[in-house]
Design a protein. Sequence first.
Length: 387
Amino acid sequence: MGNPGSSDHISRRGWLPSALALLEEEHPFVIALVVGPPEHPRLGQRLLIAQPESDTPDVSGDLSDRATDLFPHVRSVAAARGADLVTIPIPAGPGTDDTLAAEVMFSTCGPPEMVWIFGAGHVGRALAPVLPPLGFRVTVCDDRAEYVTPQSFPDPFTRRVGDFADLAAECAVRPGSWAVLVTRGHEHDEQILRRLAPSPPPYVGMIGSQRRAGTVRRNLATEGIPSDFLESICTPIGLDIGADSPAEIAVAIAAELVAVRRGAHPRMAPSRSDVPPWADTSGLRDLWQRVLTVLDDGKPVVLATVVSRRGSAPRGVGAQMALFADGSITGTIGGGCGEEEVRSAARRMIAAGERPRLLTIDLTGDASGAANGICGGRYTVFLELLQ
């Protein structure tokens, strides 16, 4: 992508085309954004880091001169697909030795996880439509063409027909792919798991009873499949909500996927306790496209980004909302009175042309939640005027 320079134009809007291009190409990337303190000369400046886990990441933006200093934090959040707020020293500008402490938010962006549903029967058909509103893409796989039809799985679902083992091998080499096994028999599960074992996805779940799961694990263990992979399989699949019907099972599976992504799954949370929380960046492509369209029309936009949260705040770090001069919005940072406070601040910012600023929203209120909100948390939003 190169280095687009360090002009104020670049810092306020020039990153948007590059970020959108990376999303369209389905390349994960990290954005580093200076959100404080208010007096820091580089407030609101960004660095985009494509291929963040490589030895030679591609960088652009007006923090490019400090890329080397930011890389350790970039790799930490990229590995966790996370977001984090870090205080680090950053020079006041390129070519100067005057260094000031800066609050920098790192947020991972990229295509949503692809959930590969192996098995297009009753559960697969019930599960597929539940996942896109939760921010997952879906590929449905089966070895029976009559089950994987446009009528059962219309666009935008990806439909694949073929040998389960071959499809699983493809899933294993695709970054950001998760595997849900809801096939019609354990022999198919074993075919899939053999191919997933050498490069396990972040999540593998398998439907069936404890007896079926035990049979699969024993059979694969005798073949030399590593025990740590076999024990990592979430089976019986789904959170225990007493689900019985295909629709209820679909809800339980979807809930488990969300719990894994959020680091709240009881079996997986301990392994995530020392890593940044998952970056809440769903819906950014549409939001950024709308922002860029409005800016191209010569109208100002305030971009609100959640940079920290405590308690039960409604959205996670990285969530964004765009506010326009006509009072309309795109996206959400949680709704309610907290969002209205942000909208009021944005209107003042547009009217007065204010500098970027941090705004803390306190939803704790009174015990009934009547004073401020029902969530009971606190979150901090970075507001910046783009024009």
